[in-house]
Design a protein around this ligand. Structure first.
Ligand code: FES
Length: 92
């Protein structure tokens, strides 16, 4: 099972492949805001990928439309393929 680490929270856990990073964060007790409930519409669930960019499913049209550039992804649109290290992105 892929290992997910939230570097800024010092939390690591195994999450099933195919699960979204947002769902993993909730399972791990990491707070990631998600105003639209995971529909890819609000952009508040942004995370920074520290390691393992290629271990997530490719960016969805919702993300490319928002012109999110690496290392940022929408956690509700990013599904696990392998191990990743991420941080919760600060929204200004
Ligand atoms: S929760 Fe709104 S875009 Fe991810």
């Amino acid at each position: 099972m892929p290992r997910v680490t939230f570097a800024d929270e010092n939390k690591t856990a195994e999450c099933p492949a195919g699960k979204t990073l947002l769902a993993c964060a909730e399972q791990m007790g990491v707070r990631v805001s998600h105003v639209c409930g995971g529909d890819g519409a609000c952009g508040t669930c942004r995370i920074e990928v520290v390691e393992g960019w290629g271990n997530l499913t490719p960016p969805t049209p919702d993300e490319t439309y928002k012109e999110l550039d690496p290392p940022y992804r929408l956690s509700c649109q990013s599904k696990l393929v392998g191990d990743v290290i991420v941080k919760v992105a600060k929204i200004e």
